[in-house]
Design a binder for this molecule. Structure first.
Ligand code: LMR
Length: 320
């Protein structure tokens, strides 16, 4: 449905923004990107176009950030776990297992001064951060239930390129294997890796349920994103266009945060109906044992994330 004030665009856009991402269209990120496209095109009367490239069709985890830095795309929204390898290891604080009790704790960081401070570091890499948004809490999958630390021993678990997540898997006795998101399903199918972690919306929309017999609802960590653009590109935009794009993005991120939970719930429901995969809930005692097993990760990774960042984090979460 057209939004108020929308014009009918028949002419070629004067500016086209290319928004590349690695997940499916029906995920919180995919839906936010599509919403952003609609808002920008309608509000600019078609003068600013947005092309969305989902599912790593244009660039995957290995090259999307570089493509952005080189100006080959204008917007990407990598998970916060993927900023460490471009020289911003402080973003890996979000990967610390069992850090956030709920999404309101996440907001204390992403909408507070610490979130702003994280975004302020992006120009060091030629980037500008437009904001954060959620996917949600991660679950563990494999071809067996993963309920106790002992269940992970010897498994090769696919991880994102985050040293914190790698350390988490090691603390559980598993072997972390870093792979791009777009390669994960195939690696699970061929036995290159045994298991992985992700919120259910990613698990379901990549058809990982076809190749994993068990999903354990561990909720052991958070997956969120930052939308970033190229600093040169951003500075060259007219101020009014920058405002329009930024406003549309802020609304799209708020929308993503509103729907993320529902998307994950719906994916879990669909997964139950598909009947391919055993879904396990953890008892409180099992969760405590997993939490205890990964406890050393905070200490081990403090130096990588940075003492100051960790102190700010604890303060923001009132975990002193
Ligand atoms: C992953 O690589 O597992 C996820 O971060 C993919 C995504 O962007 O949600």
């Amino acid at each position: 449905m057209a939004l108020p004030g929308a014009a009918h665009a028949t002419t070629k856009p004067e500016i086209t923004l290319r928004f590349s991402h690695v997940v499916a269209g029906e995920t919180p990120k995919g839906l936010a990107a599509n919403r952003f496209k609609v808002l920008v095109e309608q509000r600019s009367g078609g003068r600013i176009g947005v092309q969305v490239f989902p599912n790593a069709r244009l660039y995957g985890d290995h090259d999307e950030m570089q493509a952005l830095q080189l100006g080959a795309v204008d917007l990407v929204a990598p998970s916060l776990s993927k900023f460490g390898r471009i020289g911003l290891p402080e973003f890996e604080m979000f990967d610390l297992p069992f850090l956030f009790d709920d999404l309101s704790a996440v907001r204390r960081i992403t909408l507070g001064p610490l979130g702003q401070k994280l975004l302020n570091g992006l120009p060091r890499q030629g980037l500008v951060g437009l904001g954060f948004f959620d996917n949600g809490f991660k679950q563990m999958s494999a071809n067996r239930a993963l309920l106790e630390p002992g269940d992970f021993v010897g498994l090769r678990m696919r991880v994102q390129a985050s040293r914190v997540i790698a350390a988490q898997m090691r603390a559980l006795g598993a072997r972390p294997v870093t792979l791009a998101f777009s390669e994960t399903r195939r690696a699970l199918a061929t036995g290159v890796v045994d298991g992985t972690e992700n919120p259910v919306s990613n698990f379901w929309t990549q058809n990982m349920h076809e190749v994993q017999s068990d999903l354990s609802l561990t909720e052991h960590g958070y997956l969120g994103y930052a939308v970033v653009t190229n600093q040169r590109f951003w500075q060259h935009l007219q101020a009014a266009d920058r405002d329009l794009i930024n406003q549309a993005m802020q609304e799209s991120l708020a929308f993503a945060n509103q729907i993320a939970d529902t998307q994950n719930d719906q994916a879990l429901q669909a997964l139950r109906q598909a009947g391919t995969t055993h879904i396990h809930s953890l008892t409180a005692a099992q969760r405590v044992r997993l939490r205890q097993a990964v406890q050393p990760v905070q200490q081990q990774l403090t130096q990588r994330i940075g003492e100051r960042w960790m102190a700010d984090l604890r303060l923001a979460l009132r975990k002193l």
